[in-house]
Design a protein around this ligand. Structure first.
Ligand code: MTE
Ligand code: MO
Length: 473
């Protein structure tokens, strides 16, 4: 048996993305993965790690932490890191590049759940406005926020026969520009309420602000696909069942082809949000917008569109965004038995609850001489369905009254935006807590309790939202 080769880190670093042969280090072992790179399911993103230690990337891309991945890597083993470069058996951390160093500055009012990657809620003062100012739009990044150049950025459309067509942002100007007002809601919105109302649901403990609304501008995906040569009516295209999207960092997901091709589906490739170029956190210079579907399908920093018989194979399509039964757990579940979340169920929340002082304009509008309370919030139905009613209880669910649905100027082929609502009522009616539930045009309702729709990943929490009223006499 030959002793393993000892390799200095200075040598490893030479085998970076600038070299023809590319090495990575994991657990103080060195691998030459040059031949394997073209097979990486996440694409080019792996080039960030070559010439250095891969462990910290796998802390972010946790899908790699499994035996089959270790086995692949083992085939490319070439030696051990020289002990002179190890501290306590590890290559010291400061030798690796921070993947988040190009993340943008962010508005101070966002409620940050994690900084790297950035996950931050829209503050309450923006949740009771129909349009969310772009800088207060919630941010949900699984990885870093790539800093891309608008002029040189290209995205590729891959047709069913493998043929590819490339587009620049300039190329998109020739397509008809479309405005759509859309609410994006993260699958984890209100997960905290599931944890509090049932038991711990795994993931970021979002409150009611993993949800925001903007006016988006872009081109229809179906127009771009047609330009690239994909015509749905061709019999030979019958095998195309899904449209997969790949972001520039490595995130990816897909939607059913019918949503993409529906005349009223309003699936866009958007370059503007509230009239201005997209912010870096929201996918600059180009993102997919899939109205009425869970926001996880609206892929940011769009790099590639693939027409396929299969869904995206990413963990965000195959695993994270699925719901299972209350009894099932991540340890024993067969992920393939549940469909990926697309359209979302009816949702509502109380955003503010406030006493109206004597002489308040609203008290006069509602003709209330006595002490009054104003309750405001949002209600939202997925799939382009409208909210038809919002029921509010001032006394814990004993009595109910209907909130006023506020008018807005949403545009789109269907109702893709939330509905803001308000209720003003006498303070004497207030009990211990206020409760809200909404009804959509399919007469879908929200569950009262959290246990029945508990799922271990805490997706699609939509139980009645309760807010304690503390100002009682
Ligand atoms: N696209 C890319 N490329 N990377 C991501 O991490 N996150 C998805 C989706 N698109 C994500 C992405 C998820 S889970 C959500 S909820 C929305 O983007 C969040 O969009 P926002 O940050 O603009 O609010
Ligand atoms: Mo999300």
């Amino acid at each position: 048996e030959e002793a393993p080769r000892k390799i200095r880190m200075s040598e490893v670093r030479k085998h970076s993305r600038r070299s023809d042969t590319r090495w990575v280090v994991r657990d103080a072992k060195v691998y030459d993965i040059t031949d394997w790179i073209p097979n990486h399911p996440g694409g080019e993103v792996i080039l960030r790690a070559v010439g250095g230690v891969i462990d910290q990337y796998w802390d972010i891309f946790s899908i790699h932490k499994k035996q089959e991945v270790y086995d692949i890597l083992e085939q490319y083993y070439i030696g051990d890191v020289d002990p002179r470069d190890l501290v306590d058996g590890h290559v010291p951390q400061d030798d690796v590049e921070d993947p988040f160093e190009e993340d943008p500055p962010r508005d101070k009012s966002l409620k940050v759940h994690s900084a790297k990657p950035c996950n931050a809620e829209t503050p309450v003062d923006a949740l009771d406005k129909f349009i969310t100012p772009s800088e207060k739009f919630y941010v949900r990044n699984h990885l870093w926020a790539p800093r891309l150049d608008e002029k040189s950025h290209r995205f590729t459309v891959e047709l069913p026969d493998g043929e590819e067509k490339e587009y620049s942002l300039e190329d998109l100007k020739k397509f008809r520009q479309v405005d759509v007002t859309t609410t994006l809601q993260c699958s984890g919105n209100r997960r905290k309420h599931m944890t509090e109302g049932s038991r711990y649901a795994n993931g970021l403990q979002w409150g009611i602000g993993a949800m925001s609304t903007a006016q988006f501008t872009g081109v229809r995906l179906q127009d771009v696909l047609a330009d690239a040569g994909f015509h749905a009516e061709d019999a030979e295209n019958d095998d195309v069942k899904h449209v997969q999207f790949q972001g520039a960092e490595a995130y990816g997901s897909s939607i059913p082809i019918d949503k993409a091709l529906s005349r009223h589906g309003d699936v866009l490739l958007v370059h503007k949000m509230n009239g201005k170029p997209l912010g870096q956190d929201h996918g600059f210079p180009l993102r997919v917008l899939v109205p009425g579907h869970v926001a996880a399908r609206s892929v940011k920093w769009l790099k590639r569109i693939t027409l396929s018989e299969e869904e995206s194979q990413s963990q965000w399509q195959q695993r994270d965004y699925k719901c299972f039964g209350p009894n099932q757990s991540g340890a024993d579940v067969d992920w393939s038995t549940a469909p990926a979340i697309q359209e979302t169920p009816v949702q509502s929340a109380i955003v503010s609850l406030k006493d109206l002082p004597k002489g308040d304009r609203l008290r006069q509008v509602y003709g209330l001489e006595e002490d009054a309370i104003e309750v405001k919030g949002y209600a939202f139905a997925g799939g382009g369905r409208e909210i038809v009613r919002v029921d509010v209880s001032p006394d814990d669910g004993r009595s109910w009254t209907q909130a006023e649905l506020l008018p807005d100027n949403a545009v789109g082929s269907k109702r893709w935006a939330w509905t803001q609502w308000r209720l003003v009522l006498p303070r004497r009616l207030a009990g211990r807590s206020f409760v809200v539930k909404a009804v959509d045009e399919g007469y879908n309702i929200q569950p009262e309790y959290y246990d029945p729709h508990y799922n271990f990943r805490g997706n699609l929490t939509s139980g009645w939202h309760r807010v304690p009223y503390t100002n009682r006499d």
